[in-house]
Design a protein around this ligand. Structure first.
Ligand SMILES: Nc1ncnc2c1ncn2[C@@H]1O[C@H](COP(=O)(O)OP(=O)(O)O)[C@@H](O)[C@H]1O
Ligand SMILES: [Mg+2]
Length: 238
């Protein structure tokens, strides 16, 4: 596997049966993502972005084609292998945080210890994301930005090679969203730049900070752009 072909989608189709009709949410999608890049998948609502991310994260399976990650064809994995792949390689961040309301901030991050062997210290990570003084609070005592930081802390406590973020700033104001993007970028730059971070968004302004922008339209790749000089995160707002 070369660094260039860390993630490869080859003619990936994902179809759903609706009544007696078949609908392709993704239609022969092919692209590459090199290791260590900060990538934005950009497209309007309904384009197929979440479908694409869920397939890459091993949360859903393809109809045809294949997905290669780090030299492994994950499309051939059975559900046990997929669960292992998710636990060991992938961190997830969602628009509405998906943290557990009955656990404290610290407990929400410590949960990772039960899933992966080499998780990072929850306390250290909470310090890194600026939540140390909130560690004993419950999610409903936090702002939206703080809750999203808990979900980032949980995701990076796994020390994942791949961090998948589905509209991570979608529920946040611009200023808080920028803070969240900075944490995602920091995770990408950690580990000698070997971490790959993929952000799904419909916000074209966020694309300006990415190394690579994959534009999705109607279940197809519209265009892939490489930003030789991505904008600094402080230069964007929406
Ligand atoms: N489980 C499903 N069953 C049927 N259609 C679905 C399902 N999931 C997604 N779709 C359809 O696939 C298309 C792409 O959805 P999605 O990937 O969620 O788009 P995006 O994240 O870009 O807004 C949409 O038209 C959506 O309605
Ligand atoms: Mg979506």
């Amino acid at each position: 596997m070369s660094k260039e072909n860390f993630i490869t989608f080859n003619d990936v189709v994902k179809s759903y049966n609706i009544g007696d009709k078949t609908f392709n949410a993704l239609n022969k999608v092919s692209f590459n993502i090199p290791k260590g890049e900060f990538v934005v998948i950009l497209g309007p609502s309904g384009a197929g972005k979440s479908t694409l991310l869920n397939l890459l994260g091993g949360m859903d399976t393809i109809t045809s084609g294949n997905i290669i990650v780090d030299g492994e064809n994950i499309s051939e994995y059975n559900s046990t292998k997929l669960a292992e792949y998710r636990a060991e390689n992938v961190g997830f961040i969602f628009q509405f945080y998906n943290i557990l309301p009955t656990l404290t901030v610290l407990e929400n991050v410590e949960i990772v210890k039960d899933i992966v062997k080499n998780s990072k210290s929850a306390k250290n990570i909470l310090k890194e994301v600026g939540l140390k003084e909130h560690e004993n609070k419950f999610p409903n005592q936090l702002s939206g930005g703080e809750q999203q930081r808990v979900s980032i802390a949980r995701a990076i406590a796994k020390n994942p090679k791949i961090l998948l973020c589905d509209e991570p700033t979608g529920a946040l104001d611009s200023k808080t969203g920028v803070e969240v993007l900075k944490l995602l970028k920091k995770q990408c730059d950690a580990n000698n730049g070997q971490n790959t971070v993929i952000i799904v968004t419909h916000n074209a302004l966020i694309a300006e900070i990415a190394d690579r922008v994959i534009r999705v339209k109607n279940g197809e790749i519209d265009k892939v752009e490489i930003n030789k000089h991505p904008k600094n995160i402080d230069e964007v707002s929406w």
